[in-house]
Design a protein. Structure first.
Length: 102
């Protein structure tokens, strides 16, 4: 599900079962990231699928990338793997105005 950043962040904060997933490259993550996020690079291809498959499917995943494209793709892939609750951050970290690790 695609969510605008205010809704994405508010829903994450109200969700005791939430995990933030950053699907960018390690280089991008080193520049800046949203606090408490875990990083699995979608460009790893099968490696991404393997790592994501090990995640708890009962959690709710709030997913972001640079602009919202890769994270949308990650949501679709995760849904195919049986994850029921994935939320894509529209606009990605590029448009993010919330807390940030630099």
């Amino acid at each position: 599900m695609n969510l605008a950043q205010e809704q994405w962040w508010q829903q994450y904060q109200d969700d005791s079962n939430a995990i933030i997933l950053d699907v960018r490259t390690e280089e991008e993550v080193e520049e800046s990231s949203i606090p408490n996020s875990i990083n699995i690079d979608i460009y790893k291809g099968q490696g991404f699928l393997d790592e994501v498959s090990n995640l708890d499917k009962n959690k709710n995943y709030y997913i972001y990338c640079k602009s919202g494209g890769r994270s949308n793709q990650a949501c679709l892939l995760m849904e195919q793997l049986g994850f029921e609750n994935t939320y894509n951050l529209l606009g990605g970290i590029t448009e993010w105005t919330g807390p940030i690790n630099e």
